[in-house]
Write a protein that binds this ligand. Sequence first.
Ligand SMILES: NC(=O)c1ccc[n+]([C@@H]2O[C@H](COP(=O)([O-])OP(=O)(O)OC[C@H]3O[C@@H](n4cnc5c(N)ncnc54)[C@H](O)[C@@H]3O)[C@@H](O)[C@H]2O)c1
Length: 351
Amino acid sequence: MVKIGVIGTGGMANHHATQYSAMKDVQIAACCDVSAEHREAFAAKWNVPHTYSDYHEMLEKEQLDGVVNVTPDAFHAAISIAVAEKGVPIFCEKPLASNLADARRMLEAVRRNGVINMVNFSYRNSCALQAAAEVVRSGALGNIRHVESSYLQSWLVSHAWGDWKTKEGYLWRLSTKHGSMGVLGDIGVHIYDLTSFLVGDIAGIQSTLRTFDKGIPGNQIGEYPLDANESFVSTVTFANGALGTVHASRWAVGQANSLRARVYGDKGAIEIDLDRSYDDYRICTGTENIDTNTWETVKCPPTPSNYERFITSIQTGKQDPSDFANGARIQAYLHYSMESDKAGRMLTVEL
Ligand SMILES: NC(=O)c1ccc[n+]([C@@H]2O[C@H](COP(=O)([O-])OP(=O)(O)OC[C@H]3O[C@@H](n4cnc5c(N)ncnc54)[C@H](O)[C@@H]3O)[C@@H](O)[C@H]2O)c1
């Protein structure tokens, strides 16, 4: 039996629990949350035998095979480092940290302690993304020239996900004081991961970030200043010479949760649109299709989810590629996005 401890038992933790509950030989043995209401509701729903308000106490008392860190971003570093220092495998939510220095400290901690480490870039669960990345890596599209990718949500202008003004889970995402890096850290992180997973390392970034007027007096609700970025557009260059745009927004009316990427090479192009489908991509290759702009849809075989891969890594001791090193690389993209916005020019990414 693989015994998992969950730290942070809010919205996303329930998604983790759904996944582990469906797996044979996995048990959520303990959970921890500073909110009694959240942890007791979570423990009751998922039948968790031991609950804690302090993660240090949980790590002291429990014999865990792995820990899942599903706390808000500001707590990722301290908690993940404490887990690594105990020699326990750690699966941390994205973004890896609230800043690049913390991400590097986290990477150093897992390396020093030799523990299995993963970051939950959820869209790697899509078999379409996995297959499309293989197509690009195979060279079937030739030299990659141009990339466009986006992640669009509408929760600042829609009630589709509830009222952001009244929910803590939204409010901390809008507040830099609460460790949020805004739309960049929340969903920009996913689109940067998805894009670099498909195309390879990003070498240069020039971003423009925006925080728009939300019509709230004083631009503050309770303890939450609403100052984090809510839209960004980045021009990026890739190590392989390609050029691209990456953008994300919470102001995209009509888009509940839309991720899309198109990669254009000199021998073909590929598109994934996860709003449309998680398990197929569209491709345009071959002289006839290229000359007639014809796209074919390719259905992809299932691939294991991040949750399954974390459990497999614990069982086999084999590190998964969605590791803290990749998390720190994506953190660097966030960092250089913010810095280039301030500098008003393209910056070279230094990892
Ligand atoms: N991979 C994805 O697609 C995805 C989707 C949603 C959220 N997330 C990430 O998951 C994390 C949590 O997001 P959420 O939406 O569940 O937030 P949330 O606010 O709903 O839940 C966070 C929980 O952590 C608890 N908490 C805060 N500080 C703590 C501490 N020091 N110790 C223990 N518990 C603590 C809070 O009380 C709360 O119950 C964030 O980092 C977010 O970016 C990832």
